[in-house]
Every structure is written in structure tokens, then in C-alpha cells.
Design a protein around this ligand. Sequence first.
Ligand code: NAG
Ligand code: NAG
Ligand code: NAG
Length: 429
Amino acid sequence: MPHRTMYPLALIALFAASVRGQGAAWSQCMCLTFHPDVPSCRSKGWSGSTTCVTGSTCTACLPGSATTTVATTTTSTPPVSTPATTTSTATGPSGTCTSNSPKSRTGTLQLVGVNIAGFDFGCNTDGSCTASAAYPPLTQYYGKDGKGQMTHFVNDDGYNVFRLPVGWQFLTNNVLGGPINQTNLAEYDALVQTCLATGASCIINIHNYARWNGGIIGQGGPTNAQFAATWSAIATMYKDTPKVIFGVMNEPHDIPDINLWAGSVQAAVTAIRNAGATTQMILLPGNDWTSGAAFISNGSGDALKKVVNPDGSVTNLVFDVHQYLDVDNANLGWEPLTQWLRCNGRQAFNTETGGGNTASCITYMCQQIAYQAQNSDVILGYVGWAAGNFDVSYVLSELPAGSGTNWTDTTLVAQCMAPKAGAQQGSTS
Ligand SMILES: *[C@@H]1O[C@H](CO)[C@@H](O)[C@H](O)[C@H]1NC(C)=O
Ligand SMILES: *[C@@H]1O[C@H](CO)[C@@H](O)[C@H](O)[C@H]1NC(C)=O
Ligand SMILES: *[C@@H]1O[C@H](CO)[C@@H](O)[C@H](O)[C@H]1NC(C)=O
């Protein structure tokens, strides 16, 4: 569409920044501790300055950082965090679990991939999205070569899943509760079909932070029925496509009532299943920007575990978590989650993680991947943030450089995130 050709690169970069809720001034610092009062530190830990607020510490995981409070060396063998003891007993947060014995530690993650961003551009953390700012990462819509990127990621790197974020307003062309706009859906479907053609699984993700223009779904904003109607329409379209995964919502945050939110997620699940998509995986997102570290402590787990399929089962209902490298403990914040998942017989999928192309990020990312692989009985895999339409200067860019069939990955992707890098082989099983 012509309007898309008119976006100067700087504006695109601005949209990209707003997607993440971060200021344009990327700079030195990453908050090592989650800090809910600082917008840019809420889920990613990026403070955008050289100092962090009280309660956080600054760590060097960004290009150009001068401050180093963490190891900056990388080794050819990624450091492997010690997994939880396989023999001790533990009491789960719900008080019902007494075992943290993994079923397996095979070191093999089922799903590993990259976010292909663009259709979410123009979306803000209050759930407002400028529909016309959605920017398809496909050359036929004047975007970047998402097809080339995904083909490279599958063929050269061994990736097998892509997450394709899209704004809710784009899907309905700004009409809350309205039908899916077929013109816009056709553009988005072009990306889905391009993804599917690589042989990968493809996550459809509504990127609205549990909101529409400031109102929270089921809690003063859109009704559960309006949310479910959108999912029903999408599921109808993809009900016969086994490799489509339904990512119900990106990064809910500041949800007043987590149990009401679980009801909204239940409405989406019921709509998807009743539309005929009876077998595909559905990803259930918790509060706190889908934080994996806060999933148990803040009640998302206990609320969302009650979400069921129409037959009462929880088959292929997987918890959606995001886990960057900003949590200060030995297992990067994972341990309460993996223990709880095991106790409850459930699984989670880390659909956003990433970092800069620095030695410290490489060290910690390799460590996180090894941890996930060691816990692959409960962690399905991870999806890096992000490729697609970002500018290569974006600090979290995972865009490969190149064209056609000749692509070169970023350092973080090449050394850690791509399955071919072998970071998963740190398994001690
Ligand atoms: C669908 O959205 C496009 C903008 O992409 C708009 O021009 C068109 O009028 C919409 N169609 C309907 C039926 O609302
Ligand atoms: C827990 O959830 C509440 C309600 O959304 C939120 O205000 C609070 O910041 C969250 N706490 C943490 C530690 O994430
Ligand atoms: C691939 O691209 C790199 C970097 O641009 C270039 O040096 C190399 O010659 C290219 N290889 C082929 C086979 O085109």
C-alpha cells in the first residue's frame, strides 16, 4: 500500500521502539532487577540510561555499555547453570506439590524460533494501535524480506517456529467488536502462509497487552465476547492448519483481577476450539508482561491453570512466558516456574527473549538456553525478539544481513540462539 512506502526509516524505528515500550534513546543500561515503576524496566529490564532506579542494578548487556557488573567473558562451551536437584523435595507455591523431579532432561527443545515483527508496529502498551502503521515484513508490501529471513532461519540455522505479532486494530480495521477486515487479514495471511511454507510452526499473536485503546479486556474495556469473536474468526480460518499456534495475547500487564483475566483467556480458548481448531496449541499469557519469573509469585499460574478445553482437558494448552536476561538469580528467574510446571503437569513456551550482541549477553543467553534445554520436559522452547521489519540498528535486532540465499546472522544468533550453534548441548542429563 502506498502509505507504507512513505514511512521514512526513522519513523519505522520509532514505531519499533514504541512497540517495546522503550524510549528512542537506547543506551547503556539494563536493569538487573525487574522494576515495575519504570516503564522501560517492566518486562525487559532496559532502563535506557546509565543508572538504574533504586532496587535495580546496572548490567552490561548492551552495545557500548561502560558499566559492567556481570561477567563479560564468553567461552566456547556455554556455562551451564546447575539444574535443580533431581532428588530433593519441594513445596510448590500452591502447597500441593512435593516433588521437583524432572521427567526427562534430554536437552532437546521442541520449538525454537524468531519473532517476525511488523504487523504489530504502531501498537502501544495501553493497547492502542495505529492500524495503518502495521507494516508487513514482506517485500510485496514494501517491507523487509521476511520470506528470505524465515527461509534462512529454517534452512541454515535449524529454527522451526516463528511468532508473527499483529495488532488487534489492524485485524478489525479499528472497529472494536467488528468483523475481521478481509483486506487486512489477507495481508497478514500472506505472512502466515510464507511462514508455513518454510515448514515451520507459526504463532499468531495479538499484540495488544490485554487491552484496546486503554481499556482492559473483560475489566472495563472490550468484552470477553468481543475478544472471543476475533479469535473465533481467526481460528475458523486456520482450523485445518496443524502448524498454526494461537498466541492469545501479548504481554498482559497491570491486570486488576487475574481471575477475571483467566476468564477472558478461557473465552478465547473456547472460541478457538468451538470454531473447529480442536487440536492446535494455544498459548495462555499471564500478568506482569507475561513474565516467566512472576508467573507463579503473582498468581498467573494458579488462575490460568483452570483454563480448559471444552471437553475439560488441558491438552495443548501451554503457558506463554517471556523471559529476557534481566532477573538476578542463578537460573535467570526460571526455577519457581519450572518447579511449578512439573508439580502441575504442565508446560510453558518462552515466546520472547533476546539481548544485544555483546559478550555478556552471549554468556547469559547461552546459559538461559542451556537451562531451558535441561528442563525441556516443561519448557517447550524459545522465540527470539526479533527479526522482521526492525532496522538493523535496533539493539535487539536478530535480522540476518544479506539477501537471496546468502545471509549472515548477528553474533548472538550465530553463537547462541540458532539451534545450529549448539547451545542446547550443555545438557547434563
Ligand atoms: C478494510 O480495511 C481497509 C484498510 O486496510 C479499508 O480501506 C476497507 O474499507 C476495510 N473494509 C471494510 C469492509 O471495512
Ligand atoms: C502483581 O500484579 C499486580 C496487579 O496487576 C501488579 O500491580 C503488581 O505490580 C504485580 N507484582 C509483581 C511483583 O509483578
Ligand atoms: C555472501 O555475502 C557476503 C557478505 O556480503 C559476501 O562477502 C560473499 O561473497 C557472499 N557470498 C556469495 C556466495 O555470494
